[in-house]
Design a protein around this ligand. Structure first.
Ligand SMILES: C[C@H](O)[C@@H](O)[C@@H](O)C(=O)CO
Ligand SMILES: [Mn+2]
Length: 591
């Protein structure tokens, strides 16, 4: 099946003067475009694991007619972002990409024989004057005009721009599927269709939770898949059902517990079908249900009306967010607990930038070194010497968050699904215990995944918040996962919800501002949830936020890695304030 992901459009720009100049530059200019396309298709992947596709303009672009022909080709071919490349002087506003809704960048080759950098500056000035933000890429070192290498500083920027631009293009036109309504007054679960529409180009689809019940009661799911899923769940999850910590007086019977397992497996299939549709339902005569909601991310209210009498969504959310299920390894599905769409979208950002599963967590407790020592007698050292933030949540924590995948050096990692081995899938399942839900919270039972994330993974926690009068803002904290010695964890774990998965997060601190210390990161976090991605992806998130006109209110990314459209430089020399002013000036992409 041919994928319909957006492509990267590459525009070789040339000096239009015939009878000498243009002819002498054709090969070199087209060569640059071909080399960038090669870099992209060899380095970047779509969420299904297939290589990124590029479309190069049919001719070099020396003037407006060729720019228009290229725009027409890009439209036809489904281009979602464009990169212009040139080694020479060309004609600024006559050649730039004028499509206002796709991210744009220009690479001006740094050679001196022909002035690519002069074009870059002229074209960026034209972009800024016309209110069409574009990223400028200019290598630090002069290259020979015959040099076919792309220097590493240029590569970094080319890739950062492409990853962020592809994320913008991939979410556009898709839906957030809200199953249920507002959970326990959590502001992030007041799903905001204007934000999704104007900033992300996305729809909001709402489905009442009763749709899950209808499909369960009327058997509107693929029964063959259900049987297969239940077998798999028996073999891989039910055998790791944890001890029932509930008071004996309210414990469920074995029969009830087994029925609850069957129920949560059905819920998982139905939630996925609601998001993406399922052709099997068409064959069963449910043509409308077979279509799904064209979702790319979703969330489930759960608490309280549903969980007060029916099994909770913990199993379903954890499995949807993982890189595998009973059908084998597959792309993880960003899915938010408590229908916190702001965390769901934060997860979507991380997912689209990395192709990796995302951890959803409550940002629960700051454990200071003093408090750790007081309760456990153990004095934290090393990574933990300034304490840690305990991330924990009943539902959506992906099983990839166990940290049971390893890289070539044996270090814990969360990989794109196509790089995960079957053995690693087994390890993730083995590291997870499924506890009967805490019935005081979840009267309807369900099963919560429990594990402790392995220490030493570089991770980035991010979070979108909506602030009246400002709009969306993004916060970003890069850091690492950490663990305590077993006896210390045991003490800490028993003080909290011991049926839930735990990740201890130590942000990289800077000694000042929001990142003064670990405490300040917790203290300045803007909501009860965070989305955690593998890797230090703060710089990619910053580029993505700037494309979407979302200011970043808190981050710990080194200044030299911050890459925003050139116009941002015209809003003052304090980068954070300039970001706010630029985002306000350009406004949401789809307004
Ligand atoms: C069981 C509780 O209601 C939790 O779900 C609650 O602490 C939260 O997760 C709040 O985000
Ligand atoms: Mn929560």
């Amino acid at each position: 099946m041919k994928n319909c992901y957006p492509k990267i459009g590459i525009r070789p720009i040339i000096d239009g003067r015939r009878r000498g100049i243009r002819e002498s530059l054709e090969k070199m200019t087209m060569g640059l475009a071909i080399r960038v396309a090669k870099l992209y298709s060899e380095t970047l992947y779509y969420p299904d694991g297939s290589p990124i596709e590029c479309v190069i303009a049919d001719t070099c672009i020396g003037g407006v007619k060729e720019a228009a022909d290229c725009a027409e080709k890009f439209e036809r071919e489904g281009v979602g972002l464009s990169l212009s490349v040139t080694p020479c002087w060309c004609y600024g506003s006559e050649t730039i990409d004028m499509n206002p809704s796709i991210p744009k960048a220009i690479w001006g080759f740094n050679a001196t024989e022909r002035p690519g950098a002069v074009y870059l500056a002229a074209a960026l000035a034209a972009h800024n004057q016309k209110g069409l933000p574009a990223f400028g890429i200019y290598g630090k070192d002069v290259q020979d005009v015959t040099d076919t290498e792309i220097p590493s500083d240029v590569k970094d920027k080319l890739l950062r721009f492409a990853k962020a631009g592809l994320a913008v293009a991939m979410m556009r036109g898709k839906s957030y599927l809200a199953i249920g309504s507002v959970s326990m007054g959590i502001a992030g679960s007041i799903v905001n269709p204007d934000f999704l529409q104007e900033y992300l180009g996305m729809r909001t689809e709402y489905v009442d939770c009763s749709e899950l019940l209808r499909r369960i009661q009327l058997n509107i799911y693929d029964d063959d898949e259900y049987k297969k899923a239940l077998e798999w769940t028996k073999k891989n999850c039910m055998i790791r059902e944890g001890e029932d910590y509930n008071p004996e007086s309210i414990r469920k019977t074995r029969e009830q517990k087994d029925a609850d397992w069957e129920f949560v497996v059905k819920m998982t299939i139905i939630m996925r079908d609601l998001m993406f549709g399922n052709s099997k339902l068409w064959d069963m005569g449910y043509e409308e249900e077979a279509m799904g909601h064209n979702a790319i991310v979703g969330g489930f209210q759960g608490q309280r009306q549903w969980t007060d009498f029916l099994p909770n969504g913990d199993f379903s959310e954890a499995i949807l967010n993982s890189s595998f299920d009973w059908n084998g390894k597959r792309a993880p599905i960003p899915f938010a607990t408590e229908d916190d769409h702001l965390n769901g979208i934060s997860m979507l950002f991380g997912y689209l930038l990395t192709n990796r599963a995302q951890i959803f967590s409550d940002v629960r407790t700051y454990w200071s070194p003093e408090a750790i020592e007081r309760v456990s007698g153990w004095k934290p050292d090393g990574l933990l010497s300034d304490g840690a933030i305990h991330l924990i949540n009943s539902g959506s924590t992906t099983l990839d968050g166990t940290g049971q995948q390893t890289d070539e050096n044996g270090l814990p990692v969360m990989k794109p699904y196509w790089e995960i081995t079957d053995e690693e899938v087994d390890k993730m399942l083995q590291a997870t215990t499924w506890y009967p839900a805490s019935l005081e919270y979840f009267r309807g039972n369900g099963y919560s995944s429990n594990f402790l994330t392995r220490s030493g993974m570089p991770v980035t926690m991010c979070r979108l918040n909506l602030v009246k009068g400002v709009g969306p803002v993004l916060q970003i904290a890069e850091g690492w996962t950490a663990t305590f010695p077993d006896h210390v964890f045991d003490i800490i774990n028993k003080r909290t919800d011991k049926t839930w998965p735990s990740t201890f997060f130590v942000p990289r601190v800077t000694g000042k501002g929001h990142f003064k210390n670990v405490y300040s990161v917790m203290n300045y976090w803007g909501a009860n949830h965070g989305a955690i991605s593998y890797g230090h992806i703060g710089a990619d998130l910053i580029s993505l936020a700037s494309m979407l006109s979302i200011p970043v209110c808190m981050h710990n990314v080194e200044e030299e890695n911050i890459f925003r459209p050139s116009a941002w430089n015209a809003f003052g020399s304090d980068p954070e304030g300039a970001d706010y002013r630029a985002c306000k000036n350009f406004g949401p992409l789809y307004k």
